[in-house]
Design a protein around this ligand. Structure first.
Ligand code: C2E
Ligand code: MG
Ligand code: MG
Ligand code: MG
Length: 281
């Protein structure tokens, strides 16, 4: 069979594997079209401080699929990275986030919010990454000081000097950096000291059982002490209950993100949330 199929397509004897390969290829075609058509939407998830005041927001991309409805990132980000589509998609996300910053800049109550944008290692490692970010900041007129780029420890497996250089150039323009999913990767403490970071983001997996698992509580306490001693802010992700939030506060964590405060929501709902909290205050 493998030979008989001829052409350049891979053929497998196991029909199950063949189906999976076909589905993967079909999904890639669909994703490519979606990137061309810009069939995506940003969801906004609040970040709050110790007074439950919304201080910022993380934007999370969703695929607006004609048949399947709203598709979550875990279904397409990896494929976007494999295929290089993460580059145009990442620019689309960044461009839209920066346009949002500019439109909020003239709205009381929204003007001071930071926007956090997830940047994949594939994007960051591109030689033109810094130029792309600066071009988007210039064309949108967004305040760089309100833009926070979320990077992950996987980025640090490659050329760290290059990463530090890029971060330093962007930081000089005011852009800030958060180390996402912190504690799940491989970052060495010596790198951590050298990276021009603004924030550590405690991974959701440590927050989940922080009340019941003493090891998780120890890890959270350690990340907080580490972050503060390096002069960084530390935010906990995945905070779902008031009990988790209160315990995190006892551990000296003062910035939170999670379903307790808000799920990721559409723009109008997020703006409503901000104004609602403002009136309640
Ligand atoms: P992340 O950056 O760590 O984002 C946090 C994820 O946790 C989001 O999932 C969010 O919806 C979810 N989450 C937030 N609070 C809670 C909570 O209290 N409980 C639970 N169970 N989950 C919570 P989402 O939106 O599905 O995104 C998943 C991942 O996809 C993100 O993880 C990020 O790595 C990636 N991603 C999302 N948008 C983008 C993007 O624009 N570019 C890139 N490169 N990656 C993105
Ligand atoms: Mg993130
Ligand atoms: Mg995260
Ligand atoms: Mg995480």
């Amino acid at each position: 069979q493998a030979k008989a199929a001829g052409r350049n397509t891979l053929r497998f004897f196991d029909p199950k594997i063949q189906d999976a390969v076909d589905a993967h290829a079909a999904l890639e075609v669909e994703l490519r079209n979606a990137v061309e058509q810009e069939d995506f939407v940003l969801y906004y998830q609040a970040q709050v401080d110790g007074n439950s005041t919304i201080t910022g927001v993380e934007v999370l991309v969703r695929w607006k699929h004609a048949q399947r409805g709203i598709v979550a990132p875990y279904e397409f980000i990896a494929l976007a990275e494999e295929t290089g589509l993460i580059l145009p998609l990442g620019n689309w996300v960044l461009d839209n986030a920066c346009r949002q910053l500019t439109s909020w800049a003239v709205q009381p109550g929204l003007a001071a919010l930071t926007i956090s944008v997830n940047v994949s290692a594939f994007q960051f490692q591109r030689p033109d990454f810094v130029d792309q970010v600066l071009a988007i900041l210039a064309s949108t007129g967004a305040n760089p000081a309100l833009l926070k780029l979320e990077i992950t420890e996987s980025l640090l497996l490659k050329d760290v000097e290059d990463i530090i250089l890029k971060m330093t150039v962007l930081q000089a323009q005011g852009v800030r950096f958060s180390l996402d999913d912190f504690g799940t990767g491989y970052s060495s403490l010596s790198y951590l000291k050298r990276l021009p970071l603004d924030q550590l983001k405690i991974d959701r997996s440590f927050v989940r059982d922080v009340l019941t698992d003493p090891n998780d509580a120890s890890i959270v306490r350690t990340i907080l002490a580490l972050g503060y001693s390096l002069g960084l802010t530390v935010i906990a992700e995945g905070v779902e209950t008031q009990a988790q939030r209160d315990f995190l506060a006892v551990l000296d964590c003062h910035d939170y993100q999670g379903y307790l405060f808000s799920k990721p929501v559409r723009l109008a709902e997020f703006e409503y949330l901000v104004s609602g909290l403002r009136e309640a205050a």
